[in-house]
Design a protein around this ligand. Structure first.
Ligand SMILES: NC(=O)c1ccc[n+]([C@@H]2O[C@H](COP(=O)([O-])OP(=O)(O)OC[C@H]3O[C@@H](n4cnc5c(N)ncnc54)[C@H](O)[C@@H]3O)[C@@H](O)[C@H]2O)c1
Length: 374
């Protein structure tokens, strides 16, 4: 590291400090201190100590100080540290940016010089973001500008995803071992699929998964793992999490106090009449069980394909057009976007009409928190 820094074109432009004594004249202070796991969350003690020194310096100098947190943090905890320091040093101006690090230990330099992207999000509007990004000027990669919360969340999401991948591979490998199949061979093939497995497919937040294959095959693998005597903890958790998405949405709709929603979409995918394990169908059933009346429109659906519990219910009205479903409805549950209706639905949402946008197809508005999927 020392040899690399000595020969680096940035030499003399970087000063490293391993404890107190911050350089007074730095353009940007990068905070890379540890945030180890403590009993109830990340320990932000070292971050708080550096921020306190920065506020004291800013107060003393009477000039703003720019700092970027590279450490992985719980952004809400940092926000509350900031609030306390602002009260303690009312005259100090510290522009703070969250600028997480996406490197791996043991290949840190290589990863730092070839990051997947460089992201910066300010704790105070957009202040400081560009200046922090400029500091990375020779390094390649996309630049993302966001909020401090967005930047910190992206970092946590990335590491949680990596951890989930490891746990997934280990759980499947256990099933392979039990069945006498070389797991390495299975994963050598698995990772060749850049179309579905290692790609952006299935990596968009939306509503619960369903259909005739995913839930069934997931249950099949869980069943196999249970025969090995292991708990299939991750895969069972996936099923439980998916059920939770439907239950939470049902809870939100009921809690919103609506009684006659229009449900746009019922079969599990546009262009198919397949209702097997449709998450929208499960949601519809739960809502009817809760006493709501549904005005359902789905161009892919015929009345004869509705399950008896819904078809025979006086609280279910199957509509022949989206307009008929919307007429008389007090809210909208948007599962599948009917052709030509996006603008109208967006407008209704912006006018404050309750629109439960299951697949996040509309542009969010500030009041949406209670109406998007979990
Ligand atoms: N290690 C990684 O590969 C990696 C990758 C990405 C993100 N991160 C994140 O970066 C942060 C640091 O991780 P780490 O593994 O380098 O931690 P670390 O504990 O190894 O290093 C922290 C450093 O901060 C210094 N320090 C502590 N208090 C200080 C102060 N008041 N002033 C100046 N320096 C001070 C310590 O002397 C130490 O050198 C963590 O939030 C971690 O989650 C680490």
């Amino acid at each position: 590291m020392a040899a690399r820094l000595a020969s680096a074109p940035v030499r003399k432009q970087l000063t490293f400090v391993h404890q107190g004594g911050l350089p007074e004249d730095a353009d940007v202070h990068f905070i890379c201190v540890g945030t180890p796991w403590a009993s109830a969350g990340l320990d932000h003690g070292p971050v708080a100590a550096v921020l306190s020194d920065l506020f004291a310096m800013a107060a003393r100098r009477g000039r703003p100080v720019l700092a970027a947190i590279r450490s992985t943090v719980d952004v809400l905890a940092v926000e509350s540290i900031l609030e306390n320091l602002k009260r303690q040093y009312p005259a100090a101006r510290v522009v703070l940016v969250q600028n997480p690090e996406f490197l791996r230990e043991a290949s840190a330099i290589q990863d730092f010089l070839n990051p997947p992207f460089i992201i910066a999000g300010s704790y105070t509007g957009e202040e400081g973001v560009d200046r922090v990004l400029e500091a990375f000027q020779p390094i390649p990669g996309s630049r993302f500008r966001t909020t401090a919360r967005g930047a910190a969340m992206l970092k946590l999401a990335c590491n949680a995803f990596h951890a989930t991948k490891v746990a997934f591979a280990n759980e499947v490998a256990h099933a392979c071992d039990w069945a006498g199949i070389p797991a390495e061979e299975v994963f050598d093939m698995f990772i060749q699929d850049h179309s579905l497995n290692c790609s952006e497919k299935y990596l968009r937040p939306g509503f619960a998964f369903g259909g005739s294959c995913l839930p069934k095959d997931l249950r099949a693998l869980i069943g196999l793992l249970e025969r090995t005597g292991t708990g299939a903890l991750l895969l069972r958790g996936v099923l439980a999490s998916n059920d939770g998405v439907i239950e939470q949405m049902c809870g939100r709709i009921v809690a919103a106090g609506v009684s006659r929603p229009a449900l746009l979409g019922l079969t599990f995918k546009t262009g198919t009449a397949d209702l097997r394990d449709s998450p929208y169908l499960r949601l519809a059933q739960q809502l009817v069980d809760q006493g709501l009346s549904l005005r359902i429109f789905d161009p892919d659906l015929g009345r004869e394909t509705l399950p008896r519990t819904l078809a025979d219910s006086p609280r279910v009205h199957l509509c022949v057009s989206p307009q008929e479903a919307l007429a008389g409805a007090d809210s909208i549950i948007l599962a599948k976007l009917p052709a030509g209706l996006q603008e109208e639905l967006q407008q209704r949402r912006e006018q404050g009409h309750p629109v439960f946008d299951l697949e996040r197809r509309l542009v969010p508005v500030p009041s949406d928190r209670s109406t998007t999927a979990a």
